[in-house]
Design a protein around this ligand. Structure first.
Ligand code: GNR
Ligand code: NI
Length: 174
């Protein structure tokens, strides 16, 4: 397994739509393993393939707490089948928006279908943090970030900070 580099906003790739995967093979499983390692090391509770520069409809999630047993979820071609009318508000962060957090309102519950690590069709119903995280990740697959739900003023403030942050990062690398 190897850790991959996470793409930081602003970057045009984060705005592109990811493509459906046609087959589940060892190469894809290798990529999922790398994504999981990258997510755990960040640390984060979810990661979409586009965040490591790959425009495929692929997500890894693990919302288990530090002391609990790890419980990774691998979602290939995830699709929301239904969303609840009731909403909930969670503070969200994103590994592509380091240091930025905001309260975002989304449907409280969702039902999704996807293909799992072994290529089997699955369906799950999610609520709470898992539901929030799944919706955040599926947004990534459609080129959407949580800052898109904020007012233009708040969004521009965050983008300005990220431009500055990326310049600092480049100074260290170069
Ligand atoms: O690590 C993450 N935490 C998080 C917290 C609340 C709602 C969504 C998330 S996902 C985020 C990792 C990430 O950027 N996934 O795309
Ligand atoms: Ni994210």
């Amino acid at each position: 397994m190897s850790k991959r580099k996470i793409v930081i906003e602003p970057d045009p790739i984060l705005r592109q739509k990811s493509e459906i995967l046609e087959k589940v093979d060892d190469e894809l499983r290798r990529l999922m393993d790398d994504m999981l390692e990258t997510m755990y090391s960040a640390p984060g509770i979810g990661l979409a393939a586009v965040q490591v520069g790959i425009l495929k409809r692929l997500v890894v999630i693990d919302i288990s707490k530090e002391k609990e047993k790890k419980h990774p979820l691998f979602l290939i071609n995830p699709e929301i089948i239904s969303k609840s009318k009731s909403t909930s508000i969670h503070e969200e962060g994103c590994l592509s928006l380091p240091g930025q957090f905001a309260e975002i309102e989304r449907p409280a519950e969702c039902q999704i279908k996807y293909i799992d690590y072994d290529g089997k069709k699955k369906e799950i119903k999610a609520k709470g943090l898992l539901s929030t995280c799944i919706q955040h990740e599926i947004d990534h697959l459609d080129g959407k970030l949580f800052i898109d739900y904020l007012s233009k003023l708040k969004k521009d403030m965050i983008l300005k900070k990220l431009v500055k942050h990326k310049k600092e990062l480049n100074k260290i690398v170069l």
